[in-house]
Structures are given as C-alpha cells and as structure tokens.
Design a binder for this molecule. Structure first.
Ligand code: MN
Length: 242
C-alpha cells in the first residue's frame, strides 16, 4: 500500500455507518467506476481566462471538490440539482472530465495518457458571488466550488471508444440556447500536461477524476433552468436546477 493510501486502522466496530462509495456508471458496461478524488483545473481555456480578467498565460492551478459532491446522472436521465444556499449567482461551467484508471506520481506528459481510463461530460457548478468574495479577500475557494451536488457528471466512456477526444466540440445549452461553445483542442494545458502537473503535487490514484476547465461563456442559472451539456463522442449530460 502506498503512503498516500495509508490510514489509521484500529480494531473495533464503526461508531456509525461509513459513507457509501461514490460510483459513476460506465457507458456500455455493467461495472461501476469508484471515485477517489475530484481535481479541478482553473482557467484552462484562454478566452475563459480573459473573461475572468486574466491573461490566459499563467501556469495551471488546481482546486478540489469532495467525491460526494458529485451528482451522477444516468444516460437519458435529467439530474435534479437543488439551487444551493447562500448564493444569488450560481454559474454553469461545462467541462471535460478525465477519469483515471491508474495512478502514480511525477508522471511525465509523454507517459500520462496510460493513466486515463475514460472521459465524461461534467459541470463545475460555482457559487460565483461567494468565489469572487473569497478571491478578493485572498481566502480559500471551497465555499464557492465544493458544495453538495456542485459536480454533476454523466457516464464515463472508455478512452479507446473516443480516439478523437482531443479535437471534440464541447458545448452547453440552457433552455435550448447555446451559452458555451468550444473545442477540447483549445485547452491551454492538455490532458497529458495536466496529469504531469497534478502528479507532481499529489499522488494520483485509480478513481481520481479531473475536471479540466471550462471554455468561455460562463453565466448564471436560476431555478427551473434545463442545462444540456455535450461533448462529441460522449454521453450528454442533462441537469435541471430545482
Ligand atoms: Mn471550472
């Protein structure tokens, strides 16, 4: 067992039931993908970095969401996301999610794709007003990013079924109107480069998910809105804000 996997083990009964594992369906398979961590890349498309007031040329940076902040949506279903507390400015961010089937540390970009199991469509839902307040005060982002059900995602498609993911189109429509539109080829830091950077800072594990960043066009949603996220070759993600 690696050092990162070690835990304090004692004999005895659990004080209360341990949390259920978080799992994501795999398109066309009966097995489920068990989730370890959720890493997210900040500002990974130049036009989105610019709309947030940055140059788009900075090194990659990361934040996390808890595994149990996922809202897993089955193929053909519409996920229900409650409008979260404390915010008046809930934003959508459509993102390619990379699911790792293998782990490691200090992985070079040239070797990084061997860690990838597959891909899914995800949403990095953001309490923008709270995130902006934390940014202004130099405080952590969790209250803006890491709340319950803040990470809707659809089923994972194994990578060998989507050989053209690097050139796939990515889009988000709200109530049928396109709000975000881009291509995975516009990522500032590619999937492989992102894995290189992440694995220098953390030991990656099978079950890790990477939300790779969002193209331009982020904006608010309100209760009743229907979000339709698409990436060519992957299962669509549909979510209604309750
Ligand atoms: Mn994001």
């Amino acid at each position: 067992m690696s050092s990162a996997a070690s835990a304090i083990l004692t004999k005895g009964q659990l004080l209360f039931a341990a949390p259920e594992p978080v799992t994501v369906p795999i398109a066309g398979r009966s097995e489920l993908f068990p989730v370890h961590r959720i890493y997210c890349v900040g500002r990974n498309y130049e036009d989105h970095a610019k709309e947030m007031g940055f140059t788009g040329r900075e090194p990659p940076f990361f934040f996390m969401k808890p595994a149990d902040s996922l809202l897993v949506v089955e193929e053909g279903a519409v996920g229900a996301m409650p409008y979260p507390t404390l915010t008046k400015n809930l934003h959508h961010e459509i993102e390619l999610v990379v699911a790792l089937g293998r782990g490691g540390r200090d992985i070079k970009a040239a070797d990084a794709m061997a860690l990838v199991f597959g891909y899914a469509v995800g949403l990095d839902m953001t309490r923008r007003d709270l995130q902006n307040q934390m940014k202004k005060e130099g405080r952590p982002w969790e209250i803006g990013k890491a709340f319950e059900l803040s990470a809707p995602m659809g089923p994972i498609t194994p990578m060998n079924e989507v050989p053209d993911i690097g050139s796939a189109a990515i889009a988000l429509a709200v109530n049928g109107s396109v709000r975000q539109k881009g291509a995975i080829s516009q990522l500032i830091w590619s999937i492989a480069e992102t894995i290189e950077h992440l694995s220098a800072a953390w030991e990656l594990r099978p079950g890790d998910l990477i939300f790779t960043g969002t193209p331009e066009g982020v904006g608010p949603v309100v209760s009743g809105d229907l979000l339709d996220g698409t990436i060519e070759g992957l299962t669509d993600l549909r979510v209604r804000v309750d």
